[in-house]
Write a protein that binds this ligand. Structure first.
Ligand SMILES: [Fe+2]
Length: 439
């Protein structure tokens, strides 16, 4: 049985152009820039190829059971790495599960410590959504620091960074740590805030010339040549060209979280679109085409009209992540292809490529809190070094990480009851936190 999400959650559908696009000249200007650079012919060629390729991809996803996402044991990955065929599969799918990065007992202990930290400092912790906060703006709790810097975790981050390649000599796979928040979601708390989306910016993918260069083959008529693991141009892309609380400045080779409690489909977990190359090609090409008049022709890509003049980028808002919906992005067949990640135990982790479509489960029908620490894999690169340095300075000065200043307000965890900072960490952990970077 295909992994169909039914009923489809009441996520926003991006059905029509709104005035934000025509009022802000950047949208039309950026579209014109891309058209002038690559030309109608190449963009149309790519559109047809991408939609054709997506047919096979989405058939494949829709036809398979829930075991579509590769699953590994952390000890295996750390000790042996990935075989060639595993690497091929991970690169195609773009996401994976890694069991027991920390042990179940350790995860349980860390969750208890976290709950104590939260309850001791409740009045100073912000979260969202405001009416029923589950995403907590906490970055340096002893639990987060212990898991981020755990030797297994750092080893695994290194292995994931190694999947990317770059010949510039300016990057390497040594992990740098990105401070992100926590989710602690109570059972039966609905959440519609994070429908299908990709992070790492929105309009900047088209607007920043370096970011655009990372997708050169997609705009040039050759989406099949797009290498989703090429760090060459991507390492310098400006994900924060248009600032916003949703955007990270740091480059994450894989976003990820590590479970502190059990996770399961329909229990506050994550959903993923397990293919990355053609999905990102489709997202990037979609604004250049207008759907056919007849809904019967909707899935026939050749009936879509090249549309260089409208200012509409469906699901694109400068300060938010790039959103997708069934009606605006029909060829993704999101209803059939956005699949729940498999059940996980405390200490297990899920990882998804920086361009991967994902969504947070709208339901939580489980019996206990669904709690995770967001921990990504970030390679060493000039941009990442610059950010991690600022992040460390902020932490030491009792400020939130730079990417979270907008949402976290005057958060000062150094004054929290139970704050232990970076005391007693190993050399490797301190390097990943940026202590060796010139300040
Ligand atoms: Fe996200």
């Amino acid at each position: 049985m295909p992994a169909v999400i039914k009923p489809w959650p009441a996520w926003h559908e991006f059905t029509e152009e709104t005035k934000i696009y025509t009022q802000d000249p950047d949208f039309a200007r950026i579209k014109q820039e891309v058209v002038s650079q690559y030309g109608k012919e190449a963009i149309c060629e790519s559109w047809l190829k991408t939609c054709r390729a997506l047919e096979a991809v989405t058939e494949d996803i829709a036809a398979k059971e829930g075991d579509f996402i590769p699953v590994f044991e952390a000890s295996y990955v750390i000790n042996q790495g990935f075989t060639e065929s595993e690497t091929r599969r991970i690169k195609e799918i773009g996401c994976l599960i890694v069991h027991q990065v920390i042990s179940e007992d350790e995860a349980g202990y860390q969750y208890e410590k976290l709950q104590e930290y939260i309850s001791n400092n409740q009045e100073h912790i912000r979260g969202w959504p405001l009416e029923n906060p589950s995403m907590l703006r906490l970055y340096d709790s002893p639990t987060q620091i212990a898991i981020r810097t755990h030797p297994n975790h750092l080893q695994l981050q290194r292995k994931l960074n190694e999947l990317w390649h770059d010949t510039s000599g300016e990057t390497n796979s040594e992990p740098l740590l990105y401070s992100d928040g926590i989710r602690d979601r109570k059972p039966r708390s609905p959440f519609l805030g994070l429908g299908p989306h990709i992070d790492a910016g929105s309009l900047c993918r088209w607007g920043d010339t370096t970011y655009r260069k990372a997708y050169h083959h997609i705009f040039s008529g050759n989406p099949e040549l797009h290498d989703t693991f090429d760090l060459g141009a991507r390492k310098d892309a400006d994900q924060f060209l248009f600032s916003g609380a949703a955007h990270s400045r740091v480059f994450r080779s894989f976003q990820g979280w590590t479970a502190l409690t059990s996770a399961a489909p329909r229990a506050g977990s994550i959903m993923l679109f397990p293919h990355v190359q053609m999905a990102i090609a489709y997202i990037l090409l979609r604004p250049f085409f207008k759907p056919p008049e007849s809904t019967e022709d909707l899935m026939d890509a050749s009936k879509w009209k090249f549309d260089p003049d409208s200012a509409w980028f469906p699901g694109t808002f400068k300060d938010q992540s790039q959103y997708l919906s069934r009606s605006s992005h029909p060829h993704l067949r999101l209803e059939e292809c956005l699949i729940p990640s498999p059940s996980m135990r405390p200490g297990d982790s899920v990882w998804w490529h920086t361009d991967m479509i994902h969504a947070v489960d709208t339901e939580h029908l489980g019996e206990e809190n669904a709690s995770v620490v967001f921990i990504a894999a970030c390679p060493t690169s000039p941009v990442n070094k610059g950010y991690v340095k600022l992040q460390l300075q902020a932490s030491l000065a009792g400020r939130p990480p730079p990417d979270y200043e907008l949402g976290a307000g005057n958060l000062n965890e150094t004054a929290f009851i139970g704050y232990t900072g970076f005391e007693g960490l190993r050399t490797e952990a301190k390097a990943a936190l940026g202590f060796d970077l010139p300040m």
